[in-house]
Write a protein that binds this ligand. Structure first.
Ligand code: SF4
Length: 324
């Protein structure tokens, strides 16, 4: 297991936000606010670490992934890779860093060219120095992700969702990245699918010197393979801690409810399900103050007035809650 404290961060995400501006009027467009998709999210990813961020659909995980890779422009905040601010990079230096940071998209099938056979998908992604002997490297990549060589002639339409995800991962690995951002799909068997990919990535980490940011809907897989786990709610990271610490001492009321409802996670008070009233707010109707306050049983007047600061409650355990 990686201990975060004694390693340098590969990636630093600092108060990252992503807003979609809204406009009104047809002839004369005027600003009409913004959809807050991602707000003030900060964390570091350490070398060799498996960091799993969990959050339900709409919590901002996919936007976080795209914003980290600058596939969506951050409205505020910054992303640093090995001390370099991605926003300051241009041209070849930006392309070089992008090869080191690879995203496996949530919809892996849609991210593949529908008429391109798997072999060509991988050939196209190979690092320039490897194009001299592409077949050897393509077979090696297929083996790494447990993708049958017999499927290399297939187009995505002939592959299962699982095979498309493995192909997407192989394509990401072809660039010899240092960081993999894996955006797990939202689907009914998410636990099983997430578990399989987490296991695979975990097994690849030491041999390929990979750091992984794994974004998943369900906390269950995280507890087998994560070094640290973070919880996202309504577009914000609200808690982050080493896996064991978070499973035993979740501090944020939403984390407590989420983990209490997750089978197989030990150490929660009474092991009982804490039911939350209402639903998570959408980006267009976030409540003022703490965005969790309409559902929180510990809500206080201050929670309605201001969002909570992201702060370290104990060494390595971060949370955004006024009452912690
Ligand atoms: S800041 Fe207040 S409303 Fe928000 S989670 Fe903490 S106690 Fe609940």
């Amino acid at each position: 297991m990686v201990t975060a404290e004694n390693l340098a961060p590969v990636l630093q995400v600092d108060r990252l936000s992503y807003y979609i501006p809204l406009w009104r009027g047809y002839l004369v467009r005027q600003p009409a606010g913004a959809l807050r998709i991602l707000d003030s999210t900060s964390f570091e990813l350490y070398s060799g670490e498996m960091l799993v961020l969990v959050g339900e659909s709409g919590s901002g995980k996919s936007s976080l992934a795209k914003t980290i890779l600058h596939l969506a422009s951050p409205g505020f905040g910054r992303v640093m890779y090995r001390g370099q601010d991605l926003a300051q990079l241009r041209g070849e230096s930006l392309r070089a860093v992008r090869r080191k940071l690879q995203l496996v998209f949530q919809d892996a099938r849609a991210a593949l060219n529908p008429i391109m056979p798997a072999r060509e998908v991988l050939a196209e992604a190979l690092a320039p120095g490897e194009r001299i002997r592409p077949n050897e490297r393509i077979l090696e990549l297929a083996e790494l992700v447990e993708f049958s060589p017999a499927l290399l002639s297939c187009t995505p339409g002939a592959l299962s969702d699982e095979q498309c995800r493995r192909l997407g991962l192989a394509r990401a690995l072809a660039a010899e990245p240092e960081v993999i951002v894996y955006d797990a799909p939202v689907r009914p068997d998410a636990d099983q699918a997430g578990l399989g990919m987490l296991r695979l990535l975990r097994s690849l980490q030491s041999s390929l010197s990979l750091s992984c940011l794994f974004l998943d809907r369900s906390p269950s897989p995280a507890y087998r393979y994560a070094d640290r786990v973070g919880v996202m709610y309504a577009g914000r990271l609200i808690e982050l801690a080493p896996q064991e610490e978070l499973s035993r001492h979740p501090l944020h009321p939403y984390s407590q409810a989420l983990l209490a409802a997750t089978p197989g996670i030990r150490g929660l008070p009474g092991d009982k399900v804490l039911r939350l009233p209402g639903e998570s707010p959408r980006p267009g109707n976030l409540p003022g103050g703490c965005r969790f306050h309409p559902r929180c049983r510990y809500v206080q007047p201050v929670c309605l007035e201001a969002d909570a600061e992201w702060r370290q409650a104990s060494p390595g355990h971060w949370v955004a809650c006024h009452m912690v």
